[in-house]
Design a protein around this ligand. Structure first.
Ligand SMILES: *Cc1c(COP(=O)(O)O)cnc(C)c1O
Length: 413
């Protein structure tokens, strides 16, 4: 039994003050949402259930299980109570019927796309998105006869034209995108899908987290998170999730059992623990990132800052309308080339040089040297990855300490 929390709530930061108290806020959902009134053993924390298989009392119980008269687990690849608890908390946060958890974000994406698509189907995906997802479309799905079209995230007429192709089944986008932090108008994309029959809108909302954006409230059919990032929040686990309606999630759970992409209960436990502080963490990430973005934008050694919270960002208005915060990611161009930019990164003392994002530690990377290292400068330029681009995941260190560190590094390049 789960506690009586209606998961289809409006966001607390934009909620009508008159209704405050009528619906649980995202803070409450993060701590208590999706949890039973009492866990097993009367434990306050979710127990980690380490078992590969589950015992049946007798043959009659097997029949009861298969005919749906009892709710219970059968085998570890099909289900685990700790994993289930993590799924229920994510559903509470996303406002979805159901959620399926995976061992990584990529395993969520690949299992979902393989479950959803068949030869001849067509997928539309916005560019400036997670490159391994693009790679999966270009290689594996292409090999199985699934076609795709990449469209710029702000070219709505081109998106609509691509979606109108008769075999289009899926429009896939990220909000915000990575690394240029474009905020696509999810509502507008859902209107485009609604004008066609049978086209689903899937939003990878990893960079926003459900604290800042809940795509299902804006008409998306499916929302995906790399829980490795903000939901886990501590750079200590890998996981991924897909949330959506009951039928689709039931089918996806079946596919997970067949593909074997079952997460480990220890990771699920860490994820639950991380999600409890989602609201306080992301509120602070939002606040620090905005201050740091403003500092960088005013600095003479910085050529340009990409942050949806700045008035200079092309999607500032969309972000204000759809999101309750602008997120913890800041991308920027250092005045100079590849090596000046590397020198800046090397001279910063606080940020850790590492890929990934969304954790308590501030991480920084130069996409030309890290995520896009094997491309030529020309290929990088073609997809908008400048040699002097820096991607920053603002952590929970004091924002003034970070600003002071950036200032000393910029003074010395
Ligand atoms: C990291 C990331 C992924 C992949 O997630 P993993 O947990 O690393 O497999 C997918 N989409 C986005 C937007 C990401 O940032």
């Amino acid at each position: 039994m789960t506690i009586a929390i209606d998961t289809r709530h409006s966001h607390p930061e934009r909620r009508d003050p008159e209704r405050r108290g009528a619906e649980p806020s995202v803070d409450t959902l993060a701590v208590r949402g999706g949890e039973p009134a009492r866990h097993g053993y009367a434990a306050v924390a979710t127990p980690i259930v380490c078992t590969a298989t589950y015992a049946f009392a007798d043959s009659a119980e097997i029949a009861d299980h298969f005919e749906g008269r009892v709710e219970r687990e059968e085998y570890g690849r099909y289900g685990n109570p700790t994993v289930r608890a993590a799924e229920q908390k994510i559903s509470a946060l996303e406002g979805s019927d159901d959620t399926v958890l995976f061992p990584s974000g990529m395993s969520a994406i690949t299992t979902l796309l393989l479950a959803l698509l068949k030869p001849g189907d067509h997928v539309v995906m916005t560019s400036d998105c997670y490159r391994r997802t693009r790679q999966f479309l270009r290689t594996t799905l292409h090999k199985f006869g699934v076609e795709h079209t990449f469209v710029a995230p702000d070219d709505y007429p081109a998106i609509e034209e691509a979606v109108r192709r008769p075999r289009t089944r899926l429009l896939l986008t990220e909000a915000p995108t990575n690394p240029l932090l474009r905020v696509v108008d999810v509502q507008r994309l859902s209107d485009i899908c609604a004008r066609q029959r049978g086209v689903k809108l899937l939003v990878d909302s990893t960079l926003a987290s459900p604290f800042n954006l809940r795509p299902l409230e804006h008409g998306a059919h499916l929302v995906l998170e790399s829980c490795t990032k903000y939901l886990g929040g501590h750079n200590d686990l890998l996981a991924g999730s897909v949330s959506g309606d009951r039928d689709l999630m039931g089918a996806l759970r079946e596919s997970r059992g067949v593909f074997g992409a079952m997460p480990d209960p220890h990771a699920a436990y860490l994820l639950i623990r991380g999600m409890k502080t989602l609201a306080v963490r992301v509120r602070q990430h939002n606040e620090s990132a905005l201050r740091i973005a403003r500092f960088l934008e005013s600095h003479p050694e910085i050529e340009r800052v990409y942050y949806p919270g700045l008035e200079s960002h092309p999607d500032h208005e969309v972000a204000r309308r759809l999101c309750s915060g602008f997120g913890g990611m800041v991308s920027f161009l250092v005045r100079g080339g590849l090596s000046t930019t590397s020198r800046f990164i090397d001279r910063c003392k606080l940020p850790i040089i590492a890929p990934s994002m969304g954790g308590v530690e501030t991480l920084m990377e130069q996409p030309a040297l890290m995520s896009f290292y094997e491309l030529t400068p020309e290929q990088r330029q073609a997809i908008g990855i400048a040699e002097n681009l820096v991607r920053l995941s603002v952590g929970l260190e004091d924002a003034d300490d970070l600003i002071g560190d950036f200032a000393q590094a910029l003074d010395r390049i």
